[in-house]
Design a protein around this ligand. Structure first.
Ligand code: 3H9
Length: 703
């Protein structure tokens, strides 16, 4: 439940500009901002605030000032879309100074979220009151930034250095109750009475003659940490793994260090300098781009907002294996009951057992309670009778990748599922149209491609078949949002968007190790680029024997050779790498020998391969494939491809995804590279005609 504030127009209310009004209640002036959707600090909002505060400060009767917002939230930050554009109107600093220097107390009345610049404005107010459901945070780090309006200097002065470090590097939204405990808010109002409660609070401040609290002058907490360098050393070590490759976490830490070691004024200078470095850099540009891309991916151009959303209150899942189990957990997590079907009781029991164990592991880590474990496992029921799915709203097939088997299942489902049920396949490769064609209701058939582990990975590819109805697509999008997935609508083609692009990287990685690189060199180059792991470490993790058959093995591929040597990956302690008992990997001479022999046998002359070449060879063909996908209409927009790769394959968000990265490199350079490579090495490198068109006609893919 959250508060949505609507303005009740009083007779004293006057407009300051299009987004700001001012009203008086006795000796209190109330400035109301109304700039949907999130009251971001755009030029008109800054102007409205500035003028409003000025008017209230100059008004003889006014003794205190309340700043409150209409709609779903208090100010949710600077207006991200304004970054990089010519600044207009009063700067945020001017507005903040004007608030903090007011000789009449200013009170921020917070509902929804006070984030980034929004919290920074609230921190220049002398007091803060919030509804119980409100949250405060400085999430700039998630945009590759740091709080650039005094947040890094004021926050530690209120909550102390450790908490400030934690908040600015995680971007966490802190609930109001915790904010009260930390001193970030001074008072909690009633959930549905913020306006009146904040006026009463302001009156109380006046009548009690409370001081004008200026956070910039509160030095106790920062001075207490002065000289204690271990705080920063330990903190850096604690976030090192998560922060790898990102600039912003380190810059945020340096600002908090400045708050501790310097005066407020000097600290602000450091914050300003580092903010400017980040905001003009490519990492933040990529992360800001990803923020908007993540919201845009949910918009399907030909699906109108009033498209019918079907119910999805009971789910059927076919297959209790790793995928089926993971998929089921997503629904149980949000309270939706699931029926899982398996062929035998034994397999069903095994699958249900694994689900329980997964939940128990999460509870042991303290992330859910043991009560949650019981609640969630109760929501997942098993059956060996497919007829038990006849009343489900949505049925997801998650059996292994075999077209005939899937067709059989869909024929059966067509016969038993009630009218209007969405019939989904979790295939990662097969033709969804072919599957839909065996039913009498192809308009109800869709692909829902979850990624493994399905209860953890955020990405969902929604595969829209030729005949899938708009309502089924819209419902799938809504369902994805409800279970916390980032969903991208893709078309039917081999590998869809994600795996189709992955295949390019894998092909080149495999070629590179025969041409001269070693698997660990390829992996290192991609790891250092920012991926969580390289392709060969990933193969070892998945198991090299997926799809490999000992009896059919011909020794024709390196994979055959490795599997024949018992090197099946992490599970056998060796694959492309050798693993110790803690699963730490090291290069292995045996593999090196195998690879060199293999190159010789196939008369491939080995040569020195640079890190740069590894990156070009692995990444550029992915970008080219992205263009082919766009040309064929298999993704709606370039940024959707990036969202797939950021959320499903660990493309570092600070590199924006393959399409954004390609633009950074220069599409003309990517095209030239492909033409040269095609001439030397053939059709693996044939450039997409759409890439040529984009370069020749200087088309901007990101509008
Ligand atoms: C900052 O403050 C820097 C300062 O320190 C220094 C300055 C000198 N700007 O997420 P939703 C749009 S950096 C512009 O779907 P929800 C969003 O694109 C900022 N637009 O809603 C979407 O547009 P559309 C620090 C913004 O209810 C619509 O609002 N602040 C901004 O799920 C609805 O958004 C942040 O990083 C913005 N700041 O979640 C907070 N924020 O409808 C970023 C949103 O056209 N925002 N939009 O697609 C959020 O985390 C979430 O939007 C919020 C609401 C939690 C507020």
């Amino acid at each position: 439940a959250y508060t949505y504030l609507r303005l009740v127009k009083g007779k004293n209310m006057t407009s300051i500009n299009d987004v700001t009004t001012i009203e008086k209640d006795g000796n209190i002036s109330i400035i109301t901002l109304n700039s949907p959707p999130v009251n971001a600090l755009s030029a008109p909002v800054r102007e409205g605030l500035h003028k409003g505060i000025s008017e209230a400060r100059n008004d003889k009767e006014t003794e205190a000032i309340v700043i409150i917002c209409e709609g779903r939230t208090f100010i949710a930050g600077a207006d991200i879309s304004e970054f990089g554009k010519e600044p207009k109107g009063p700067s945020l600093f001017e507005v903040q100074e004007f608030i903090e220097d007011s000789d009449k107390p200013v009170i921020a009345a917070i509902h929804g979220t006070a984030l980034g610049g929004g919290l920074e404005v609230a921190l220049t107010c002398h007091y803060r009151i919030a509804v119980p459901s409100a949250k405060c945070g400085l999430p700039e780090v998630n945009l590759g930034l740091l709080p650039g309006a005094g947040g890094t200097q004021r926050l530690p002065r209120v909550v102390g250095v450790e908490k400030a470090l934690q908040m600015v590097t995680s971007g966490q939204h802190v609930p109001a109750k915790q904010c009260l405990e930390m001193g970030l808010v001074d008072e909690i109002s009633n959930e549905d009475n913020l306006r009146q409660d904040s006026i009463s609070f302001a009156k109380k401040i006046v009548s009690e003659n409370r001081p004008l609290v200026k956070i910039s002058e509160m030095n106790d907490k920062v001075e207490a940490a002065r000289g204690n360098e271990n705080i920063f050393k330990d903190f850096r070590a604690s976030i090192a793994r998560k922060a790898r490759g990102f600039l912003a976490p380190e810059y945020n830490i340096q600002c908090i260090e400045a708050a501790v070691n310097k005066s407020f004024t000097e600290g602000i200078k450091v914050e300003r300098k580092l903010f400017m470095e980040l905001v003009t850099g490519t990492q933040s540009a990529a992360q800001r781009y990803a923020f908007f891309a993540q919201r845009q991916v949910a918009k399907i151009p030909d699906i109108e907002p009033d498209t019918e959303i079907k119910p999805f209150t009971s789910i059927g899942v076919i297959g209790a294996g790793t995928m089926g189990g993971g998929i089921s957990m997503n629904f149980a997590n949000v309270g939706i009951p699931v029926t899982i079907i398996e062929q035998s009781q034994e397999r069903l029991d095994k699958g249900l057992g694994i689900i329980r164990k997964n939940y128990e592991n999460t509870a042991n880590k303290g992330r859910i309670t043991f009560e949650d474990v019981e609640k969630r496992t109760k929501l997942i029921n098993g059956s060996t009778d497919i007829n038990d799915l006849s009343n489900c709203d949505l049925i997801i097939e998650a059996v292994f990748e075999n077209m005939d088997l899937k067709k059989d299942i869909f024929k059966t489902l067509d016969g038993i599922a009630k009218k209007g049920t969405i019939l989904a396949t979790n295939t990662s490769a097969l033709d969804v149209n072919e599957i839909a064609a065996v039913t009498s209701r192809p308009e109800d058939v869709i692909g829902l491609h979850f990624f493994s582990p399905a209860n953890v990975m955020r990405l969902l590819e929604i595969v829209r078949g030729e005949k899938t109805s708009k309502s089924v697509v819209a419902t799938s999008m809504k369902m994805a949002k409800n279970i916390g997935k980032v969903a991208a609508v893709v078309g039917v083609c081999p590998g869809f968007v994600g795996n189709r692009i992955l295949a390019q990287r894998q092909r080149e990685a495999n070629k590179l190790i025969l041409e001269g690189a070693m698997p660990w060199e390829v992996d290192d180059a991609l790891f250092n680029f920012g991926f969580p792991m390289g392709p060969f470490a990933m193969s070892d993790l998945a198991g090299l024997d997926i799809g490999w058959d000992e009896d059919l093995s011909t020794g024709d591929t390196l994979r055959d050779k490795l599997c024949e040597a018992g090197r099946l990956g992490q599970k056998t302690g060796k694959g492309f790498y050798i693993y110790d008992e803690n699963r730490n990997k090291s290069p292995d001479e045996e593999v090196e020998k195998l690879i060199i022999e293999f190159s010789e046998k196939h008369q491939i002359k080995r040569r020195e391969i640079s890190k740069e070449e590894i990156l070009e060879r692995c990444l550029y063909p992915m970008i080219n494939e992205g263009f082919k996908i766009l040309e064929e209409g298999m993704a709606i927009r370039a940024s959707d491809i990036d969202i797939v790769w950021i959320n499903g394959y660990g493309w570092p968000i600070y590199e924006g995804g393959p399409m954004f990265y390609g633009q950074l490199i220069g599409y003309d350079k990517i095209l030239k590279w492909h033409k040269e490579m095609e001439e030397k090495f053939g059709p693996d490198f044939t450039p997409s005609p759409y890439l040529e068109k984009v370069v020749n006609e200087k088309i901007n893919l990101f509008g």
